[in-house]
Design a protein around this ligand. Structure first.
Ligand SMILES: [Zn+2]
Length: 334
């Protein structure tokens, strides 16, 4: 039995109809069929503007799935164009509660992929060929990894003028200006000269309804900006722009006592946490070197030397010695 995978053709979708279906992805071992959910809402004969929402490119980042579910269940009244939602892109990782693909590759480092590459490369190519054909604007939903909570934020390259204009019109309080990462979906879409916004919010393998609301409003305000739905008073257009991010790591092992609040602006020298010995004695207080916003917090209490504790966003491009490789693991640089 040969793998027969899905090919998206919007001509097959009736105008004015919402379709929720399960589509064929590459099988497990040529044996077990793998199906993934897809939502298509084609509102007008003209398929453009077409917004594509993807979630769970990292299989354990399930809050994106929850955002997608809320959107799909929210009885949207599209005035024109098309909305495509692929709520579980990396279904293989998702089924195993894992970030990665079965070949241990990070799917978000495999784009644009190719038909004759590794599984990750072929799968990335399959996703890209199927969803980018019609997409004009892309929103890719992510969260921190398990044990790492990210406050709701978007990541995009604000040196791109079109993207900057779009970002001004959509609902999200925090924007992290970040360059493209090799192999990410965002980079592949950027290469097609189309805008792609990465949303980050919440923690791997957990759901958070506040995060879900931010994600839903982000997508809805994008649809509203494109004239695809009516505007809403719920949207937040004021923004804080972060120019540089940095993780504070533990100088030594111990127990972390958190003193900080997510999303709070913290002044230089302010204490955000304490590291204590197993006996409870204070090892040291963790302070900020510059004014910043707490973007992400480790949820772990038992800390090894070098563990990432706080992800701090700076409003200006301050000099930090952070190595790029580090971001890879913690999914903070899409
Ligand atoms: Zn991710």
């Amino acid at each position: 039995m040969r793998d027969k995978v899905f090919e998206l053709n919007l001509e097959n979708y009736e105008v004015g109809q919402v379709t929720q279906e399960f589509i064929d992805f590459p099988s497990f071992y040529g044996l077990q069929k793998v199906k993934a959910p897809l939502y298509v809402y084609r509102a007008s004969e003209k398929t453009s503007p077409c917004v594509v929402v993807t979630a769970c490119i990292h299989g354990d980042e399930i809050n994106g799935l929850r955002i997608a579910q809320s959107l799909m269940k929210s009885k949207l009244k599209l005035l024109k164009g098309t909305l495509i939602i692929l709520p579980v892109v990396n279904i293989y990782g998702f089924l195993n509660k894992q970030r990665y693909l079965p070949d241990r590759k990070d799917l978000n480092r495999c784009f644009p992929g190719q038909t004759k590459g590794s599984f990750g490369s072929r799968f990335a190519n399959f996703i890209l060929q199927n969803i980018t054909r019609y997409g004009d604007v892309f929103i890719d939903l992510h969260s921190g990894g398990p044990g790492r909570f990210n406050i709701p934020q978007i990541r995009c390259d604000l040196s791109n003028k079109d993207l900057k204009e779009l970002v001004e019109k959509i609902s999200i309080p925090l924007v992290v200006n970040s360059s493209l990462r090799d192999g990410s979906l965002r980079e592949a879409i950027n290469d097609l000269k189309k805008p792609c916004i990465v949303f980050e919010g919440g923690e791997g393998l957990r759901l958070d309804e506040t995060i879900t609301k931010y994600g839903v409003n982000l997508v809805r305000s994008t649809l509203s900006h494109l004239g695809m739905i009516k505007p809403s008073k719920k949207y937040v257009f004021d923004k804080v722009v972060i120019e540089k991010t940095r993780w504070i790591r533990a100088q030594e092992g111990g127990i972390l006592i958190n003193k900080a609040h997510r999303g709070k602006v913290v002044k230089k020298g302010e204490v955000v946490g304490e590291l204590r010995q197993m006996t409870g004695e204070l090892l040291h207080k963790i302070r900020l070197e510059n004014d910043g916003v707490i973007l992400g917090i480790s949820q772990a209490a038992l800390i090894m030397a070098g563990d990432a504790l706080y992800n701090i966003g700076f409003l200006e491009a301050v000099n930090t010695e952070e190595d790029e490789e580090f971001f890879d693991y913690f999914d903070l640089d899409m």
